[in-house]
Design a protein around this ligand. Structure first.
Ligand code: SAH
Ligand code: SF4
Ligand code: F3S
Length: 479
């Protein structure tokens, strides 16, 4: 696994800037997929593997033996793209010695750079945007005929709702389930609305069915995915694509309740919540169901209301703090994490201090912290100057990381003596006699294996000690 900022502890294994290589499933032609970016991309790669499995492709972990290499890319920050370009040079070398190899770029870079990617990266054969994966089989065939192929059309309807993703994860316990695609928010720093298109929701029946099938196959945790899960809204009459308030709809709180009822042993997580849209109704559903994990990732981006306004986030510092207060009131003990961008256009020292005081006010369990990276075509690129120097961005990031690390550590320590329900993911890498899993707050817990407990079981664990990223405990009877 790669992580963009090595000062940040590895916490959630699906975040931006990480690469995932697929595990094998059987078939005659060999497909190698490498994924970068957010969980949506990892989830899309499973849809792609499913579409190509129908055409007789099996996935391989060894790029050398592949007939088709697909790289599912991310454009969120400049360094995410730089990493993919570097990786492309490796495949170019491979293609030189094996000219029949098909190399394709999928995902957000494909959508952002379009034809220019084919022009610049001469050895790339395929460029496929996030809404065109159903066309992949035909496009690979075209490439076999000696042509280049490109499809970057964005859709207002595509949700791949009818496709059962081929699960390519390692543990068979946790799965991503996509509930919305695209984003209508237009935060001024963000490239996602350009690379993923308009927001659309997936039919709730297909979501519930997918979760039920996962449970049957032994999965015990689903993470419902969307760029802004709180704006999930399915409209029966319009198949979810166009929002017509006069028609009956399913909102996120209702959807989550439907999924929670699949089975009490199926844990529900979700990502990402948006502070401007997160309702008390969602929090109340979370409080009502023991199998909805008490954990919310609520990106704040900045602690200063003027910066938030320039970012076009649609909320103020006070609004955000009010949402935190609602979480703590309705779900006592809920884990809370966030994303922060430092050095956004025009950010003054005072505005930076406001982010630090917000960290103190909230005491997040975890944060992903980034330096602002200007993205072409975004509102910020057109309207503001990227005027905070690299040196200042780095110093501010250091200050934010240092403070957050202290808070995360203190929060973990405060759990010592508590009893947490842990979903077991397997044996610990360090010792065969230890088991590892996560508690509801998404913290890793390691404890000695007892009572025949195994992967997929739940255990009650008393926390005895902790490091900055892991808790250490022992199994106790259910309280
Ligand atoms: N939809 C989610 C996040 C998507 S991107 C949300 O609204 O919260 C994930 C994170 O990347 C963002 O929360 C933000 O912190 C960061 N990010 C996005 N664009 C960025 C940019 N141009 N420079 C630096 N960080 C960025
Ligand atoms: Fe980007 Fe904002 Fe949409 Fe998140 S909500 S994907 S940050 S535009
Ligand atoms: Fe990256 Fe696209 Fe996700 S830009 S963060 S892969 S939506």
């Amino acid at each position: 696994m790669l992580i963009e900022n090595d000062k940040q502890a590895k916490h959630d294994e699906t975040r931006q800037g990480e690469a995932l290589v697929m595990d094998p499933v059987s078939g005659s032609k060999k497909l190698y997929v490498e994924s970068y970016g957010c969980a949506m991309n990892f989830s899309d790669s499973e849809v792609v593997a499913s579409i190509l499995a129908q055409e007789g492709y099996s996935t391989t972990r060894n790029a050398e033996e592949a007939d088709v290499v697909l790289i599912n890319t991310c454009s969120i920050r400049d360094n995410a793209e730089a990493r993919v370009r570097k990786r492309l040079t490796d495949f170019k070398k491979q293609k030189k010695s094996k000219p029949e190899l098909v190399v394709g770029v999928l995902g957000c870079m494909a959508e952002r750079l379009k034809q220019s990617l084919l022009d610049e990266e001469k050895l790339v054969d395929l460029v496929v945007g996030p809404d065109a994966y159903r066309e992949l089989p035909g496009m690979i065939e075209e490439v076999g005929g000696g042509q280049k192929a490109i499809n970057v059309l964005l859709s207002r309807e595509e949700t791949y709702g009818d496709i059962t993703p081929v699960r390519l994860d390692e543990n068979g316990i946790s799965a991503f389930v996509s509930i919305t695609r695209g984003c209508d928010n237009m935060c001024s720093f963000c490239v996602v609305p350009f690379t993923r298109g308009r927001e659309r929701s997936r039919d709730p029946q297909t979501i519930v069915r997918e979760c039920a099938e996962l449970f049957e196959r032994g999965y015990r945790e689903v993470t419902l995915l969307g760029q802004n899960v709180d704006s999930y809204r399915w409209n029966m009459s319009s198949k979810g694509a166009i929002k017509d308030p006069s028609q009956p709809t399913t909102n996120f709180a209702e959807l989550m309740e439907m999924v929670a009822q699949v089975n009490p042993l199926l844990r529900i997580r979700f990502s990402t919540s948006h502070p401007k849209d997160m309702t008390d109704e969602v929090l109340e559903v979370m409080a009502k169901y023991a199998n909805i994990c008490p954990y919310i990732h609520l990106p704040v981006q900045s602690g200063d209301s003027n910066v938030l306004q320039r970012m076009n986030r649609g909320y103020s510092r006070e609004w955000y703090l009010n949402r935190i207060e609602a979480i703590r009131r309705i779900i006592p003990g809920c884990g809370i994490s966030t994303d922060i961008i430092t050095g956004f256009c025009g950010e003054t020292e005072e505005e930076h201090q406001a982010t630090l005081t917000l960290l103190d006010a909230v005491h997040f369990d975890f944060a992903y912290m980034y330096k602002y990276s200007e993205r072409p075509k975004t509102l910020a690129e057109r309207k503001f100057e990227d005027d905070v120097t690299e040196e200042v961005k780095s110093r501010r990031l250091e200050e934010i990381i240092e403070k957050q690390r202290a808070h995360g550590w203190a929060n973990n320590k405060s759990q010592i003596g508590e009893i947490h329900e842990v979903l077991i993911e397997g044996t610990s890498k360090k010792s065969e006699s230890d088991l590892t899993g996560r508690d509801g707050r998404n913290t890793k817990v390691v404890f000695p294996a007892v009572n025949g407990l195994k992967k997929g079981d739940y255990a009650w664990v008393k926390i005895l000690d902790c490091t900055s990223a892991t808790m250490i405990g022992e199994v106790v009877p259910q309280p």
